[in-house]
Design a protein around this ligand. Structure first.
Ligand code: SF4
Length: 343
């Protein structure tokens, strides 16, 4: 038995043809699963009875259980799911003026243990399957009603490029007009800097946005709070990112969490500006850190944040400053899962 959500539209068409069934039925099946959130083949009333039976004999439709919902005063909603093997998975809906963003997890836990992130605190457990990632979105879509999801970010728990084989088909289904129909340029994949994954992604011909968690502009500091830097050092990462933007002609966003007393001084801003000097396809997104209990992490004051930002702007670097969202519900990645598991 195979989970039907592991198949892209093309993959499902091929399966149906192998059963001697017309490929166009795949479109109807996709509509039932992703537009109507059906989890029972028996309800797919426009399919011939024989095909429904064949589907039941060969496939199943996965589902997650919601175990907790939290809503922030700013509208951010966080959902905690339990998988069939009782692992906890978290996802977030972030409504804003002009968009509704779904933020999904790709792994249970994370092996990289960045010092500012709650996801790595309990280590890595396993990769999520393509269908579990899609299940997160199906639930977020339902919870967001009457608003529609317009953007999707792979910024929840886990490193998406360490789960490439499941994340790639998920992207195709999220982007498919018969799936979630979210435009490729509205899908952001965020990585801590897995160089082989970035190189592979550059060859996929996808128009998705790539965002790289940078958080420090010199090797020693980055290695201190991002262990991934010991395996994929900053200088190689920047080279791989430049090759990516050259090959795809796509802008890369460098995420930079500002942490008080760690990476938010003027001299840190100067190092960052030197690293990105003259690179037109680079943008920096500054994120004042959330305060995370259990980790010695707190944001710098407003004055220091603006000093950092203004220095980069003066050096001709494209900069945005992200507003913290969902602070009252612990919306930073991994926090809800961690709090629930500790209860
Ligand atoms: S920031 Fe990303 S890579 Fe680092 S521990 Fe958290 S989930 Fe893993």
């Amino acid at each position: 038995m195979q989970d039907i959500k592991e198949l892209t539209l093309k993959g499902l068409e091929e399966k149906l043809q192998a059963f001697g069934v017309q490929a166009y039925h795949a479109q109807q099946i996709f509509t039932w699963i992703y537009k109507k959130a059906t989890i029972d083949f028996g309800q797919m009333s426009d399919l011939p009875k024989g095909l429904r039976d064949k589907l039941k004999d060969n496939f199943y439709i996965s589902d997650l259980k919601i175990v907790k919902r939290l809503k922030s005063s700013d509208g951010t909603q966080k959902l905690l799911f339990q998988s069939q093997d009782t692992n906890l998975i978290e996802a977030v809906i972030i409504p804003a003026k002009d968009r509704v963003t779904a933020c999904v997890s790709t792994q249970v836990g994370c092996k990289w243990a960045c010092s500012f992130c709650a996801s790595g605190l309990k280590g890595f457990k396993r990769n999520l399957s393509c269908s579990e990632i899609l299940d997160e979105i199906l639930y977020l879509k339902k919870e967001a009603l009457p608003l529609a999801l317009t953007h999707l970010v792979f910024m929840g728990t886990g490193e998406p490029l360490d789960n490439y084989t499941q994340v790639l088909p998920a992207i195709k289904i999220i982007n498919s007009p018969l799936g979630f129909n979210i435009g490729a340029r509205r899908i952001t994949l965020s990585t801590s800097g897995i160089i082989p994954g970035i190189q592979k992604l550059a060859g996929e011909g996808l128009q998705v946005e790539l965002s790289v968690s940078l958080h420090a502009a010199d090797e020693a500091l980055r290695s201190r709070f991002m262990p991934v830097n010991k395996k994929y050092p900053l200088k190689d990462l920047i080279k791989a990112c430049k090759e990516y933007s050259f090959k795809t002609n796509r802008q890369i966003t460098f995420e930079y969490i500002l942490i008080k007393g760690v990476n938010s001084s003027l001299s840190n801003a100067q190092s960052l500006s030197r690293l990105l000097e003259g690179w037109k396809l680079a943008k920096v997104n500054l994120i004042p850190s959330n305060t995370i209990s259990g980790l010695k992490v707190e944001p710098p004051g407003k004055k220091d944040i603006l000093l950092f930002k203004n220095y980069l702007v003066q050096q001709g670097i494209k900069v945005t400053l992200r507003k913290a969202r969902g602070e009252d519900i612990n919306a930073a990645c991994g926090q809800l899962r961690l709090n629930y598991a500790q209860q």
